[in-house]
Design a protein around this ligand. Sequence first.
Ligand code: FMN
Length: 189
Amino acid sequence: MPPSPLRLVVLDARAPGGRSGRAVAEWFRSRARRHPDLELDVVVLAELDLPLFLPPAGHPAVAPHAARIGAADAVVVITPEYNQSFPGGLKQAIDVVRGEWAAKPVAFVTYGGVSGGLRAADQLRPVFAELHAVAIRDTVSFVRPWERLRGDRFEPDPGADAAAETLLDELTWWATLLREARTGRSAAA
Ligand SMILES: Cc1cc2nc3c(=O)[nH]c(=O)nc-3n(C[C@H](O)[C@H](O)[C@H](O)COP(=O)(O)O)c2cc1C
């Protein structure tokens, strides 16, 4: 158990007009809120209004986003899969931040058609490795989540609760360790 709560940034890469992204993100957030060691900061990427291409330093939309990543001890990316990868807007939200990612654990909650978004997660791993972040092995993924919508609520199989718990426990372990390490020296990058 960490000596003080860990700050978890949940990066929600849903499409604003999507069918199930909002409900999946709400489901995961409710599980993360139950975790005693975590305090949440939820970032909905579509609301950030980031420029499409890498802007010069000091862009007004980038600084607050980078500061939130900078304050994070851990990050969970919730993303759909498009064309065997993750959304372009998510890549931009990753690229506009630099050293703030370093020595932080990142986990993935994914959804999609047949692959459940796992190919998006696989492609995110080398991106985060480049940024000196630590991608967590355990992933929570959902195949055709729109079939599990009950009204506005996402109701996956009961096994999903255990998968989320495992992911959050693993993330917390890494976040505790890496927070300690970051206070010992400036992070790489
Ligand atoms: C342009 C496009 C490409 C997609 N490509 C894939 C894909 O390669 N693999 C996959 O499993 N699902 C794919 N999907 C399905 C989406 O991941 C799925 O519909 C997801 O649930 C979208 O989020 P939403 O439910 O919030 O709309 C694609 C959907 C779209 C619109």
